[in-house]
Ligand binder design. Sequence first.
Ligand code: FAD
Length: 531
Amino acid sequence: MATKLLLTFAICRLIVTVGLTLDPTELLLLGVDAQLSVDPTDVKAASLDFGLLIGAQPPLAVMHPASSQDVAQLVKAAYGSNFGFTVSARGHGHSINGQAQTANGVVVQMSGSKGGSGMASGRKPPHPRVWPQERFVDVWGGELWIDVLRSTLQHGLAPKSWTDYLYLSVGGTLSNAGISGQAFNHGPQISNVHELDVVTGKGELLTCSEEQNSEMFHAVLGGLGQFGIITRARISLEPAPQRVRWIRVLYSNFSIFTSDQEYLISLHEQPASQKFDYVEGFVIVDEGLINNWRSSFFSPHNPVKISSLDPNGGVLYCLEIAKNYHESTASTVDQEVESLLKKLNFIPASVFTTDLPYVDFLDRVHKAELKLRSKGLWEVPHPWLNLFVPKSKIADFDKGVFKGILGNKTSGPILIYPMNKNKWDHRSSAVTPDEDVFYLVALLRSALDNGEETHSLEYLTNQNRQILRFCDEAGITVKQYLPHYTTHQQWVDHFGNKWDRFYRLKMEFDPRHILASGQQIFTPTNMASWR
Ligand code: FAD
């Protein structure tokens, strides 16, 4: 061990002496026990993300860790080196703006390590371990949620809170929040974690929970990777439902649509039989979408012709709700759904229903992914904009954005659904508007190079700026979800009254700003200013 550290220091001193940046081949000599790779395939994969918005940021090397200790050893070397280099955990690289990248350091490829090309030693991260009696599961930080689900289902259990798409890593979503239509009821994924193992920016491995290292625990949840690398998460489970009744209904009046959504999420304390398990919704501003969105639904009682609705301003709203059930309770599900639907004010006869296994419901976006991939439409730039909008301003947002700025063109789905703030732990690092109810508005666009101006990356990026400017000028105090800012002041404003604590804990747990530099919140400290 001592020899390895000496070697590390020797290399770093040499690099500083000759004024070079760290050389990839020299990185391989750092002596970290795990698998560091400079294989061009690994480096290229780690230099890009789902957003494809910024140019490739090739790291110096990629690590495929097999354990928390591997990660700790690397971060310790980075922290202790005279020159210093950055370390960014990468889950599945589904960020939009390079948040998991680092150009001058090492990417720790947390997901996919089980079969990654760096697995020369045959060592692999641990598999999920389910504790059926206690109803939780311990998972590796890079585990994909789809694999968490598969493991827990073997015990008839499942996590309670989800994202719409399951090919995301546990560490990646817990660094943001992890939200979907269950959040109104169970809170975001960060509200459903019992314990974490985290490697701090000093290379220390800490276990944290409500009771132990609690400040670290809350800081890491929603902490954008700033305080440590999550290597293990203990996630709360419930008995897994077997099937899902999945329903969509339409509205042409925004205020009726949001009243119904808000009514449904207000039922969160009611018994399971008297509420839906999932509440989301989306906006249909685009004629193309009107014809496509319901392909997987049927409605035996549905005489409505969507094209004949001709909504004012061309905008329709779709409420999407789901009820989970077990085959043993199948006989009551119709009745429960019926009595909930009776309380809603959607366009009569616009009920589209489907019934499917629970896993297929949770994994629904993967189907869309396969379709888009087959058409070459997945690996394109994604100028996404995700906003939390306070309930009091959602009507202004509708007028100004859905019926205004978008101009009947969206280039992708627009999700809209409300959540209850009391299901979010205010001690976490996640930032939400200061109202009891707030909406997620997610503009999930894909830019295409097909000659149509409104599909171009430049057009969509400008439109995102226009939306943010509009909110600012109209006094709509939105908070970005999966935030992306480029100036210090913007980050301070984003965190608001959480900033002082965020900054203090950063100085405590990652004083050299080694971790997750791709978020662009803190600038890595180089040797000159450190020693
Ligand atoms: P990455 O992009 O790899 O990393 C994201 C950030 O987390 C980086 O800063 C990285 O350094 C850090 N990080 C990664 N792993 C760790 C770790 N183990 N410890 C500490 N920090 C870490 N989000 C939702 O909430 N709900 C949704 O329904 C939803 N749907 C999505 C659908 C698609 C198709 C896509 C592309 C994204 C979606 N997201 C959704 C966003 C998603 O939650 C974020 O992209 C998130 O970052 C997870 O992606 P990832 O695991 O690939 O993380």
